[in-house]
Design a protein around this ligand. Structure first.
Ligand code: F0G
Length: 457
């Protein structure tokens, strides 16, 4: 008999988590204005708000924490990290930052000007925020198929080459770069194929534009290329990563995801001009260029994390757990973005809460219901997160409205996945009785979902 699949690690340290009563949760959520970001973490039983900075480090990473070089300038930890980034990505210039959005801030301060257009595939909210804050426009060129959650295609995160080319043709003198997010978080943790990366490169080159990868989950993207794309089955994850990055001129990285650390980020590029200018903004915003907001020990752990998580077994363990949860949801007929992506399940909320009108935010309503059901904290990736149109000030109801259940790396067991699946099933079973959603009482002008105050209708 073939042995079943199991994790490629064992557990050395544990952290207790607590259950609560429904009455407690009703009270806590009311105090949090029905915004799960406003909850205290101790009020949460299973926390799926993000896979960012919430993973468990390995024994090797912890041992490297003790070896950190905390010198202000020229620390050996920086060079350890830089060499690892060089070898995985092929980019020679590296600037550390304290996290991914800081890398965006530093680089976009140089690259993005008022009135610019930045085409890409479903820009992540901080990326969009950094673009729109500079009065530029994020142009979403994701393939239309990504909007049909029930359609099963292998690379649903892809850029539509026609949309990209149209944008480049129309605005070419106002486009500083093309951005590709791997994996495509907003579209459901969906991968981008090597073929698509190659094609984006070709189109961008035609218009003489550089390509930037938002690389938060690049290793998961490489895993999907190996599993799903013809010609890559026998290549190692590291070989696939090198090829992926060969189609870009630079990357911003949130190391809190695929570098398996709790805090960290960086910019890496082969364009000397980007590096020279970004250096200045790194010093102003983050710190000297060999630490950029990170401790020496953080950079050591980051280097090891990058190495570990560009190995097949690590990624296989992680993505198989996400697939396990997806299979449980299939048993109950719960609709989510298919096929399941790399880091999370994205439940198609309007397909579940068919009686809640879009103006009452179905995905946020489902987020609220799941927390009340079992103390499980997911997050809305939908109409609230989409913010208002900067010009018309109307809510943007054009995209997907999803409840994201992001799975932290190396943190929960499949027993936890079972609890999540059954809790969601219980909400699903009473979905027809949920007819009202939530209403906004107060919102910030940008990135409102973090602080929005809601009323339950
Ligand atoms: N790009 C992508 C694709 C992301 O998913 C994130 C963060 C960032 C950039 C920004 O990185 O958080 O280190 O500043 N995503 C987290 C999430 C917050 O929950 O998906 P950061």
């Amino acid at each position: 008999m073939e042995l079943p699949f199991a994790e490629s690690w064992k557990i050395k340290m544990v952290e207790p988590i607590r259950k609560s009563t429904r009455e407690d949760r009703e009270q806590w959520l009311k105090e949090a204005h029905y915004n799960v970001f406003q909850l205290k973490a101790e009020q949460v039983y299973i926390d799926l708000v993000t896979d960012s900075g919430t993973g468990a480090m390995s024994n090797y990473q912890w041992s490297e924490m003790m070896l950190g070089d905390e010198s202000y300038a020229g620390a050996s930890s920086f060079y350890k990290m830089k060499e690892m980034i060089n070898s995985i990505t092929g980019f020679k210039y590296v600037l550390p930052t304290h996290q991914g959005r800081a890398a965006e801030n530093v680089l976009f301060t140089y690259l993005v000007k008022e009135g610019d257009f930045i085409p890409g595939n479903s820009h992540f909210d901080t990326t969009k925020g950094h673009i729109e804050f500079r009065k530029a426009f994020a142009i979403d060129c994701t393939i239309d198929e990504a909007k049909d959650t029930q359609l099963e295609i292998p690379f649903k995160g892809n850029v539509d080459p026609v949309k990209l080319e149209n944008c480049l043709a129309e605005h070419h003198n106002k486009i500083p770069f093309v951005i590709v997010t791997i994996t495509n978080n907003t579209a459901g943790g969906q991968p981008v194929s090597m073929e698509n990366l190659r094609e984006v490169r070709k189109i961008a080159k035609k218009y003489n534009k550089p390509v930037l990868f938002d690389s938060a989950r690049f290793a998961e993207n490489a895993y999907f290329i190996k599993i799903r794309e013809a010609g890559y089955a026998d290549k190692s994850i590291k070989e696939i990563c090198r090829e992926m990055f060969s189609y870009a001129d630079g990357m911003t990285m949130s190391a809190k995801k695929d570098a398996l650390v709790n805090m960290g980020g960086f910019i890496a590029t082969n364009i000397e001009d980007w590096y020279e200018h970004a250096k200045i903004f790194t010093i102003i915003n983050e710190g000297y260029i060999t630490y950029g907001g990170l401790s020496g020990r953080d950079m050591n752990a980051l280097a090891v994390g990058l190495d570990e998580n560009t190995e097949f077994e690590s990624l296989e363990t992680r993505i198989k757990q996400v697939e396990y949860l997806a299979k449980r949801l299939d048993e109950f007929g719960i609709p989510y973005q298919r096929p399941v992506g790399g880091h999370a399940i994205f439940v198609d909320a309007p397909k579940v809460l068919t009686h809640v009108p879009k103006e009452e935010f179905p995905a946020q309503t489902l987020t609220v219901e799941l927390y009340l059901e079992a103390g499980i904290r997911g997050v809305e990736i939908g109409y609230l997160l989409a913010d208002r149109d900067p010009v018309t000030k109307e809510n943007r109801f054009g995209g997907l409205d999803l409840l994201r259940l992001a799975i932290p790396r190396r943190v929960y067991t499949n027993n936890h996945m079972d609890v999540i699946a059954v809790a969601l099933k219980n909400v699903f079973d009473r979905r027809k009785s949920i007819t009202r959603g939530v209403e906004i009482e107060w919102e910030a002008p940008i990135m409102r979902h973090f602080t929005v105050k809601l009323k339950r209708l």
